[in-house]
Design a protein. Structure first.
Lengths: 212, 274
């Protein structure tokens, strides 16, 4: 039981890293990975948003939409995307207000990248993957504890956030050292960052296949 | 029938979510409120938004905050110019008097063929380094031509032609980055009281006798300009200097005619930059 949960976490962090395997969330990844402390802050913000968004959307998806579907035959699946984006936007607003009050320097340094988490594909991707990976309630699967599925979805959300944090902190560390290297003039900035990201992705490919 | 129920339930679900988030965010806004001076946002809106750093602050938002806190002057934005400064002064409730914009002027007109070279140079290729290492050309005051100013300019306003920077005054935002980048302080920031301004395009303070070997187009400190337009020109330490405070009262063109090495040249949008 615990092993299964740990496997979900490990898969999300290392094997199916949202940035380096699925190439989602590249905007903050390239934009905020200049310094390690900023990268860590962004990673934590994304983790928080992802966890809350994943849980909330799981609840709505599986306790309201699914219940209405199987219990009453009313299919509200068309609302899924709208509700997901709605919840994510609201959560990001909360994070923004929180950061502005308690970490104003971090808020200033993030600038536009904080509200950009809202439209970021990695958050929506995590929410939608929960359906794809089967951490939701499916009709015909009786006897499955609701809380067990919720735990899976929650850990998936946390794992994706931690995976994003890992990837962005790695990139920040590399970029801080790249500052002292002789990068060709036309590659400086985003160019060399993308190339480094590609090499990192290739390195992380070594994990694929573990866990099936 | 079932369609009606579906629609009603969909509406109810969205409404329920909307209410939930309205209440949550409303409470959060009150509990997590941060007091911000509204003037900061008003100033931020009228700034050009180039985030060039020419004002000395780290971007337009920082500049707006610094102005409201009184740390930077209202006329501090070189890109916005007099119009923006007047508006900022209006928001802050102070009087504003327009000054002249400080525009960059390259005080050297020596192309690669005009300069006397000395040692062969095989190093990194930046002006900063070449200035410290020294010895690659005879003129120790003049432009080295490796383009530190060109690298510093974020607006593509500088082009390097034959080892000399040429400024495109249409693209230049007067941010001052080129002036800061030049290790020999060749790019000066001059108050432009008109579209085109004359300047002495030489920074060399070696005596006149030595100049004819060092550079064909440098200032030999003969004093002809001072004789032609005395209020404007003065020869100090082997170099002619233009007094920009007296510029509006006098005309430098007779001095430019008399100059034997033609080192007093016009700069600006209508001038023929070297």
């Amino acid at each position: 039981m615990i092993a299964e949960l740990l496997l979900i976490l490990l898969t999300a962090v290392l094997i199916n890293n949202p940035v380096l395997y699925y190439f989602l969330g590249l905007c903050p990844y390239l934009g905020v990975s200049n310094k390690v402390d900023m990268a860590f802050g962004m990673g934590m913000a994304v983790t928080f948003v992802m966890t809350v968004a994943a849980s909330l959307t799981w609840v709505i998806n599986n306790l309201i939409i699914f219940y209405l579907n199987t219990g009453y035959g009313i299919d509200l699946g068309f609302l899924r995307y709208i509700i997901f984006i709605f919840v994510i936007a609201g959560t990001v607003q909360l994070v923004e207000m929180f950061l502005r009050k308690f970490f104003p320097s971090l808020y200033d340094r993030f600038g536009i990248f904080l509200p950009l988490i809202t439209t970021n594909c990695v958050i929506l991707g995590c929410c939608l993957w929960i359906d794809v990976k089967g951490y939701n309630l499916v009709a015909g699967q009786e006897g499955v504890a609701v809380s067990w599925k919720f735990l899976q979805a929650l850990l998936f959300g946390i794992g994706n956030g931690l995976g994003f944090t890992l990837a962005i902190c790695l990139m920040a560390g590399i970029r801080e050292r790249l500052n002292f290297s002789d990068v060709p003039r036309d590659f400086r900035g985003v160019g060399i960052t993308l190339i480094v990201a590609a090499i990192l992705a290739m390195a992380f490919m070594g994990f694929s296949g573990i866990g099936g | 029938m079932i369609i009606v129920v579906t629609i009603l339930l969909a509406a109810a679900l969205m409404l329920g979510l909307a209410l939930l988030f309205t209440i949550t965010l409303g409470v959060a806004k009150v509990r997590l409120h941060v007091d911000v001076d509204p003037r900061i946002e008003r100033i931020e809106q009228i700034l050009p938004g180039a985030n060039c750093g020419g004002c000395g602050a780290a971007g337009c938002a920082s500049f707006a905050r610094a102005v409201v806190e009184g740390k930077l002057p209202t006329g501090g934005c070189p890109v916005g110019g007099a119009d923006v400064s007047a508006l900022i002064a209006d928001i802050m409730g102070v009087e504003f008097s327009a000054g002249h914009p400080l525009r960059p002027v390259v005080r050297c007109q020596a192309r690669q063929e005009d300069r006397l070279g000395r040692a062969e140079y095989n190093s990194i290729g930046t002006c900063d380094e070449a200035n410290v290492v020294g010895g690659l050309q005879a003129c120790t005051y003049g432009c080295l031509g490796f383009g530190d100013c060109f690298d510093a300019c974020r607006y593509d306003a500088i082009t390097m032609i034959d080892g000399l920077p040429v400024i495109d005054y249409e693209k230049c935002t007067n941010c001052g980055a080129c002036s800061k980048a030049c290790p020999r302080n060749i790019i000066a920031r001059v108050p432009f009281s008109s579209e085109t301004m004359y300047a002495v395009a030489c920074s060399n303070r070696d005596p006149g006798r030595a100049m004819k070997n060092i550079c064909k187009v440098g200032c030999i400190a003969c004093g002809a300009c001072a004789k032609a337009a005395g209020e404007l020109f003065e020869v100090k330490a082997n170099l002619a200097e233009l007094n920009y405070d007296a510029y509006t009262q006098a005309d430098p063109s007779p001095a430019a005619e008399k100059c034997p090495t033609k080192v007093i040249i016009p700069f600006g949008s209508n001038g023929k930059c070297p």
